[in-house]
Design a protein around this ligand. Sequence first.
Ligand code: 8X3
Length: 248
Amino acid sequence: MKTILITGASSGIGYATAKKLAAGNRLILCGRRVERLQKLQTELADTPTLILTFDVSQKEEVFNAFDTIPVEWQNIDVLINNAGNAHGLASFQDADLDDLDAMINSNVKGLIYVTKACLPFIKNSSEAHIVNISSIAGKQVYANGGTYCASKWAVEALTKGMRLDFLPLGIKVTGIAPGAVETEFSLVRFKGNEAIANKVYQGYQPLKAEDIAETIAFAVNQPKHVQVADITILPQTQADATTILKQV
Ligand code: 8X3
C-alpha cells in the first residue's frame, strides 16, 4: 500500500488517476475546489483519503497546506504533479498578460512549490516516486501557444533535472506527455466557450482522462528497480502537437 498525493484531483486526469489508484493505496487528494474533492472522497469510500485544499500557484497556501498533514499521513511515497492549465490561445502580441502569468504560475511555479513542499515527506520513502504531467506541448512549440508550450518545456526540464538531482535520494522521476485529452482543459483554455472547446475534440477520437490514468498507473506500479523516464501518449489519429487527422 502506497500513499499517493495527487494535485488537481478534482477533475480530469487527476480525478481519473485517483479513481484508478484507489484500490490498495492511500490517497491525498489536492485541489482548489473542496466540494469536488469531498465528492470524490465520498466516491472513494473504501480508500483511506485525506483532502488538502490549495491553489498550487499560491506559495504560502501550498506550504501551509503541507504543514497541516496529520502525522499518520506524513510518509508519502508518490507525488503526482498533475495540476496545470492553459489560458487562452493567442499570439504573443495579442495574448493577455494575466493569462501568460497564470500558466507560468500554475504549471511551472506550482509544480516547483508542491515538489519542494512534498520533499520532506517523500524523501524517506523506500518507494519514492514523482510523476510530472507534461504535454506534447512540452516537446513541440505551436503558434499561439508559446507560453503554454514554454510552461510545459519547463516541466520537461524540471523532470530531467529532478531525475539527476534525486539520484542520491533514490527518488524515481517520470514525465508523462499527453496529446489531445478530452477534459475541461479546452473549456478552461477558451474561458468557458463550450462551442470552441468542443470543436477541439470533434472529428476524431481523443484520449480520455482514464487513458492517461492508466499510463500513470503503469509508471507507478513498476517494480522498485524500474524507472519509467518518459512517455508520450497520443490519440491514434494524432501525429504531433498540431497534426490531427479529423473526419469532417
Ligand atoms: C494539452 C495538449 O496539444 O493542446 O497539453 O497543447 S495541447
